[in-house]
Design a protein around this ligand. Structure first.
Ligand SMILES: NC(=O)c1ccc[n+]([C@@H]2O[C@H](COP(=O)([O-])OP(=O)(O)OC[C@H]3O[C@@H](n4cnc5c(N)ncnc54)[C@H](OP(=O)(O)O)[C@@H]3O)[C@@H](O)[C@H]2O)c1
Ligand SMILES: Nc1nc(=O)c2c([nH]1)NC[C@@H]1CN(c3ccc(C(=O)N[C@@H](CCC(=O)O)C(=O)O)cc3)CN21
Ligand SMILES: [Mg+2]
Length: 289
């Protein structure tokens, strides 16, 4: 039976430390750290994220600045709001919730965020730093995955890692961070052939696809570490209630994996935590240069 990697517990631990840091800082600063979240339209995975972020900000003493805009908001309007947040001295971190509606050019908006306030680590400057192995603001979900591996002493060096998914948000930065940690990394996607067989070779398998329960027992090497990034809302057949599931069929994979993250309670809470961490980093940098 796999060891359960408790992202929620690690998130709570890191958040307590962050709260203490913020408390200490606020004694000699005139304002708390501030995080702004821009959401256009609605998306089920985003709703869970926004909810948890706001709760955590409140708990830690981070000021929240949110705009939830209707799905038909124009590109120009969103761009203008980003410009205002870039100028706003109370705001240290800016996050534009993805995915955006089809009529919006997401890349143009991400490029518009002041890289020093890019709490999501998606601006080309911060992604470029990641590629070069420099320090900077790093994508929250992959950073959260690396923190979980570290906490549980799972060493990527020399291991075969397969990352399923190649998005800018998760898959690509995830692969870069595993590579930085000296894993041998393969990135798989919708055009990859013999996917199950490829995944079965992984010592560390990261699933970031967005397909409920796609990864079954026959995709996993016995003893492998399985990281489930997927957040999918499904309707439970029996109860009729909706609930969150990952990309991994947890019930069938848990018995043979070496270690596994649950959904909920795995990488989701770590993503929120890394976002807060990035916001506090930017805050300190803005005061200390
Ligand atoms: N836990 C967290 O904190 C967190 C954070 C972010 C996202 N998420 C969740 O993680 C999942 C992925 O998010 P994302 O933003 O990376 O999604 P995305 O932009 O939709 O990317 C999905 C990736 O999966 C690949 N893919 C789709 N269907 C596939 C298939 N049948 N076989 C193989 N590959 C397939 C796609 O391949 P192509 O490139 O070829 O299309 C793409 O690269 C979603 O469930 C999302 O809600 C969770
Ligand atoms: N710009 C951007 N950055 C992101 O990191 C991001 C987006 N957009 N859009 C949505 C996805 C999905 N993300 C999520 C989704 C859920 C949790 C989360 O906290 N999940 C909890 C439980 C949720 C619940 O039960 O309400 C978990 O335990 O998995 C975190 C990040 C982050 N994502
Ligand atoms: Mg999770």
């Amino acid at each position: 039976m796999a060891q359960r990697l408790d992202g929620k517990a690690l998130a709570n631990k890191i958040q307590s430390q962050l709260a203490a840091d913020i408390n200490h800082d606020s004694e000699h600063r005139d304002r708390p750290p501030g995080l702004a979240v821009l959401m256009v339209g609605d998306h089920p995975a985003s709703a869970a994220y926004v909810r948890n972020k706001e709760r955590a900000c409140e708990r830690l003493g981070i000021a929240s600045f949110g705009s939830h805009l209707p799905a038909d908001t124009s590109q120009a309007t969103v761009a203008e709001i980003i410009d205002q947040l870039n100028q706003d001295d109370r705001v240290d971190g800016i996050l534009v919730q993805l995915p955006l509606p089809d009529h919006i050019d997401a890349v143009a908006l991400l490029n518009r965020i002041d890289p020093a306030k890019d709490a999501d680590g998606l601006h080309p400057e911060n992604m470029g730093r990641l590629i070069r192995g420099e320090s900077g603001l790093r994508s929250c979900t992959p950073a959260g995955v690396m923190a979980v591996l570290k906490e549980y002493n799972i060493e990527p060096a020399g291991k075969k890692a397969v990352v399923l998914g190649r998005s800018i948000l998760v898959g690509k930065p995830m692969a870069l961070m595993l590579l930085e940690a000296n894993a041998t990394v393969t990135i798989a996607h919708s055009r990859t052939q013999d996917l199950a067989e490829l995944c079965r070779q992984a010592d560390i398998l990261v699933a970031a696809v967005g397909r409920p329960n796609m990864i079954g027992a026959d995709w996993v090497k016995p003893g492998a570490t399985v990281i489930d990034v997927g957040i999918n809302r499904i309707q439970d057949a029996e109860s009729g209630k909706s609930r969150l599931v990952g990309d991994v069929d947890f019930a069938s994979v848990e018995p043979l994996a070496g270690a596994i993250t649950p959904v909920p309670g795995g990488i989701g809470p770590m993503t929120v935590t890394m976002l807060l961490h990035n916001t506090v980093l930017s805050y300190r940098k803005r005061f200390n240069g």
